[in-house]
Structure formats: structure tokens, C-alpha cells
Design a protein around this ligand. Structure first.
Ligand SMILES: Nc1ncnc2c1ncn2[C@@H]1O[C@H](COP(=O)(O)OP(=O)(O)OP(=O)(O)O)[C@@H](O)[C@H]1O
Ligand SMILES: [Mg+2]
Length: 539
């Protein structure tokens, strides 16, 4: 019949059928009483389940109120990346670890099929952008991506048990082999909303530093690497002792001694992502929590120059402020002034505080993700609050010091491919006497033109060390002179004070003598008067 019908007639019939159905639905909704409608829907549901014997499971990209990225979602994504290449028509591409091959994954609204122990499974990737009726500048903040798994109900146990486990295992393994390490930096909180916004931005982490190229005493290096390896294998151990699987390192030392280089070497050794947390752009403790919740496990959270980025006096300031408030500020009746003060107070209290940071390190937040290393760096260890650096919080303190001969040898090997040289002995003696940073040594060892040979590089280093030594001596001399001048001034002031005191004493003694003489004269006068009176009476 269809064959004999023209295409126009066919569409006409379809549209009239659809129109008729729509009419029936409207009539049903508007004219059938509610109890009858519910009864019908109940039977309809049962009927639909009979006719449609499939089960669906949804895996959303984000879970919980904090919108934490779901591990399950990531594993499924990796698992399906293998299947999608052959099955799906729309794919997304990303470059792989070696940057030569492509990683293909399923695009949104695509479907792929899979088979497991004779059961057929459909995976569907979807992005929901809820219709927004209000006029908002954040149109798609509520967008949700998810994977939907559909299978026949008779396979329920197989799919929810063995199959999901299989997906997780394969997904995890694929992710590890395809993984490209990332370097994240936190976005300003005003950019956290809106289309495809995230709290962290990332680039691919490709720092070449390793522990082999790090200039440091071999024993110290060995100690750090074995500590890290032990940590990586410590899953059961941490679970047994009931501690979150995390470790804190504090790197301290003068600028240019390799603190940032060490972080890169740790990331490369552990194969972890790096989250470079810029605390000065984080408004308050609650923002800090949200940021840290959004970090993945197997990661290093770095806070550089902790003494500069954290208001270490926060608690004290708050205490002071409270005291000021308690005292009462009765004179301040001016409304404008008061509003301004309140605004300032608000600003002051909305900073990330030391206690906020410590709460994170110790608290349950850090237990939300596993296998994390937290690294703080500072140039001034003594500036830090003891609460921040106590053991248990920062498990290991690593001092990055000036260049030793051992460290120099690593640099000479890296930069000049030299294991030994007749100038090494001279350099060894010089390095013992002089403080020079590995950064300065490296700078001198690097050939600046094709004419430079290892010998010229070493000579320029010797010159630089000599200059550094002279500079240090000059500085020391200037400091000594300053100290001497200070001492001299203090001595002079002391002498002046003693002189003044002696003068005052003398003045005092004179006054006392004067008053004694006066008293004696007075007394004598009195006595003379009395004698004269007696004489006159006797007469
Ligand atoms: N121990 C080291 N081993 C190898 N290279 C080093 C070492 N220390 C410094 N360098 C070289 O010096 C440069 C500066 O070092 P780096 O940035 O790691 O110092 P830093 O301690 O982080 O300094 P700052 O306190 O200023 O941040 C690096 O790019 C690296 O090439
Ligand atoms: Mg640094």
C-alpha cells in the first residue's frame, strides 16, 4: 500500500495521525478525573515495563553538593575511549602522552554498544542543558554530562556486578597508560560560574627536571626518593594506622636553590598532577575548601612562598579586632565612617587564615581524596608560624642549601658532560668557603656560544665564585662596620648618660650642703638668741 502512496500523501497521513494523538492526550489530561488518570498511568507503567524490559543506569560527571568530579565517570570515559573509535560516528580528539598519537573518545549525544559474557550493553553519552527561563548571565552553569548504560533486565546482576568492575579496571588501566600529567592553577572565584567554567585551569605538565638532574648531595636525594616511594606504596599502611593517605613537605632555602625544580622532579618521579595554588587570589577559607575538594588524587598541591601568600597574623588580628570592638567606639557616630569600617572589617575577615589552611591539612577535607602530597616552600623558615610547620603537619622538612661540591658535580655532568677536570679541585676548595646558589652555578656552566668550551665555562664559574666571595666579604665588612658604629654610638650615649647623672648627683650634693649650712646658721642664730635672753634675764 505504501508503495502505491505518493510521498506527499504519506506525510499527510503521518501528520494527521500525530495531530489526532496530540488531541487525545489533551482531552485525556483535561477531561479525565485525576484518580482515573493515576490508575491508568499505573497500569501504563506496568505495561511499559512488560513491553520495555530494559534497565538504565546513569553516571553523572559531578557528584555531591560540592560538584566533585566523579571518578566513576572518568573511568567510564577512559574505558569507552577504546570502544568509541570503532563504534561511534562523532568522536572527540586529544593528543596522547607521546604527543604523536591521538586519544579518541565519544562525543556528546553519541551511542556505542558493548558486549560482556554474552550480554549486550548500550552506552549513551549525553549533555543536558536545562532550559533557563530567567534571564541570566550564567546560561549553562547547570549543564550536566552523564553516561547512560542500558541493558536487559535479565542481566542485572551480571552488569551491576562483574561488568561495572570490569569497566572500572580497564578504564583505570587505560587512564594510567594514556595519562598526560597536568599543571593546574586556580581561577579567580568570579570566573567559577558560567559556560564550561572550572575552578582550575590546566596545561600539560612537561617539566624536564628529574632527581638525576637535581643538584644535591646524593645521600639527601636518596633519602627523599625513598621517602616518596614508600609513600606511594603506603595505601594499606595508611589505612591500617587510620590516617589520610597524604604527606606534607616543607622546602626551605634561599632563592635559586632549586625548590621549584625539586617539586617538578617529585611530580615526574611520582607521575602526579601538580596543583599550583595561588593563595593570594583565594578570597576566604570556604573558597579554599571548594578549590581543594576539586583536586584529584595522585596529585601534588603546591603553595609557593607560604610566608608571603598567607596572612600569618590573621588570628592575632582577629583577636585585636575583637578587643577593639569590645572596648566600644562611642565617639564614632558618623554613619559613613562606620560603614567604611565595617567594609574594611569584612575585607579583613574574608582572608584565608592560617587556621583555615591548617583545618584543611588536618581535617576531613584532606581525606576526601587519597594519595596527595602537599608542598609548601619558603625562603625564610623562621618567619613561619610554628603551628604550620610542626611535625605531623609538615612531615618532612627539606633544606635546599647553597651549592656544595657534590651538587656542582651533578651540574657539571648535566651542563658540560664532565665527570672530572683538573679545575675541579680548585672549585671544591672555593665552594667550601663561599655561598653560591645552584642557580648561579648553572648559569655559569651553561655555554653561551659555540666558542665556549668546558674549560672556559669552568673558568667563568671560578670568576663568579671569586666575585661572590668578594661580595660576601664586602657585605660582611659593611655589616661589621655598621655593628661597630652602633656599638660606638651606644657607648657614647651611655657615657653621656653617666655624665649627666654625675652632674645631677653633684648638684644634689651641693643643694644638700647648702641646706645643711642654712640649718646650722639658723640653729646658731637661735642658740645665740637664747643665750642673749638668758643673759638679759640674769641681769
Ligand atoms: N638544586 C638544583 N639543581 C638543578 N638546578 C637547579 C638547582 N637549583 C637551581 N637550579 C636552576 O636554577 C633555576 C632556578 O631554580 P628554582 O626556581 O628551582 O629555585 P627556587 O629555590 O625555587 O627559587 P625561589 O625561591 O626564587 O622560588 C632552575 O631553573 C634550575 O635550572
Ligand atoms: Mg621557586
Amino acid at each position: 500500500m505504501l508503495m502505491s502512496m505518493s510521498l506527499g500523501d504519506f506525510f499527510l497521513q503521518i501528520s494527521s495521525a500525530v495531530g489526532g494523538l496530540a488531541m487525545v492526550i489533551v482531552l485525556f489530561r483535561d477531561h479525565v478525573p485525576r484518580p482515573l488518570r493515576d490508575l491508568f498511568q499505573n497500569y501504563y507503567g506496568k505495561l511499559a515495563r512488560l513491553v520495555y524490559p530494559y534497565v538504565q543506569i546513569t553516571f553523572p560527571e559531578y557528584t555531591g553538593d560540592w560538584r566533585k568530579k566523579s571518578d566513576l565517570y572518568s573511568h567510564i570515559q577512559s574505558y569507552l575511549s577504546g570502544k568509541a573509535t570503532t563504534n561511534a560516528k562523532k568522536l572527540k580528539a586529544d593528543s596522547l602522552r607521546d604527543a604523536k598519537s591521538l586519544l579518541l573518545s565519544m562525543d556528546d549525544n553519541e551511542e556505542v554498544t558493548d558486549e560482556f559474557q554474552g550480554a549486550k550493553i548500550w552506552w549513551y553519552s549525553k549533555m543536558n542543558v536545562p532550559r533557563n527561563t530567567s534571564l541570566s548571565i550564567y546560561p549553562a552553569s547547570e549543564e550536566r554530562r552523564f553516561y547512560r548504560l542500558t541493558f536487559h533486565k535479565r542481566h542485572r546482576d551480571l552488569i551491576t556486578g562483574a561488568y561495572i568492575q570490569h569497566v572500572m579496571d580497564v578504564g583505570k588501566a587505560t587512564a594510567v597508560s594514556n595519562r598526560r600529567r597536568k599543571l593546574y592553577t586556580n581561577n579567580l572565584s568570579q570566573d567559577w560560574h558560567g559556560y564550561k567554567s572550572t575552578k582550575w585551569s590546566h596545561v600539560i605538565f612537561e617539566h624536564p627536571a628529574t632527581f638525576d638532574t637535581l643538584a644535591m648531595e646524593p645521600e639527601k636525594k636518596q633519602e627523599i626518593t625513598s621517602d616518596l616511594k614508600k609513600f606511594a606504596q603506603g595505601k594499606e599502611y595508611y589505612a591500617k594506622i587510620g590516617k589520610a593517605w597524604k604527606r606534607g613537605y616543607l622546602l626551605h632555602g634561599p632563592p635559586g636553590t632549586g625548590k621549584s625544580t625539586m617539586i617538578a622532579a617529585i611530580a615526574n618521579l611520582m607521575n602526579y598532577d601538580v596543583y599550583d595554588l595561588e593563595l593570594t587570589t583565594v578570597k576566604d577559607n570556604s573558597e579554599l575548601r571548594k578549590l581543594l575538594i576539586d583536586t584529584s588524587s595522585k596529585s601534588i598541591i603546591v603553595i609557593e612562598d607560604i610566608d608571603c601568600s598567607l596572612d600569618l597574623t590573621g588570628q592575632r588580628k582577629e583577636a585585636k579586632k575583637k578587643k577593639k570592638d569590645d572596648d566600644g567606639d562611642e565617639n564614632e557616630s558618623d554613619l559613613v565612617k562606620r560603614a567604611k569600617k565595617e567594609e574594611e572589617d569584612k575585607k579583613e575577615s574574608s582572608k584565608v587564615t592560617l587556621s583555615g589552611l591548617l583545618n584543611f591539612i588536618d581535617g576531613i577535607w584532606s581525606a576526601c581524596g587519597q594519595e596527595r602530597i602537599i608542598i609548601f616552600t619558603t625562603n625564610f623558615l623562621d618567619k613561619l608560624d610554628p603551628a604550620l610547620i610542626r611535625r605531623g603537619r609538615m612531615d618532612k622538612h627539606i633544606e635546599m642549601s647553597y651549592c656544595s661540591f657534590q651538587a656542582f658535580k651533578v651540574l657539571a655532568k648535566n651542563y658540560l658532560e664532565l665527570e672530572s677536570h683538573h679545575l675541579f679541585d680548585e672549585i671544591e676548595v672555593m665552594l667550601k668557603e663561599t655561598n653560591i646558589t645552584p642557580a648561579d652555578v648553572a648559569e655559569n656552566l651553561m655555554p653561551k656560544s659555540s666558542k665556549e668550551t668546558p674549560e672556559t665555562c669552568l673558568r667563568s664559574l671560578i670568576k663568579a665564585i671569586k666575585e661572590a666571595k668578594e661580595e660576601a666579604e664586602k657585605k660582611k665588612k659593611a655589616e661589621e662596620e655598621e655593628e661597630e658604629t652602633k656599638k660606638k654610638k651606644a657607648k657614647e650615649e651611655e657615657e653621656e648618660r653617666a655624665k649627666k647623672k654625675a652632674g645631677e648627683e653633684e648638684e644634689k650634693t651641693k643643694d644638700t650642703a647648702k641646706s645643711i649650712t642654712k640649718d646650722v646658721v639658723k640653729e646658731n642664730g637661735k642658740m645665740e638668741e637664747a643665750v642673749q635672753e638668758e643673759v638679759s634675764q640674769a641681769k
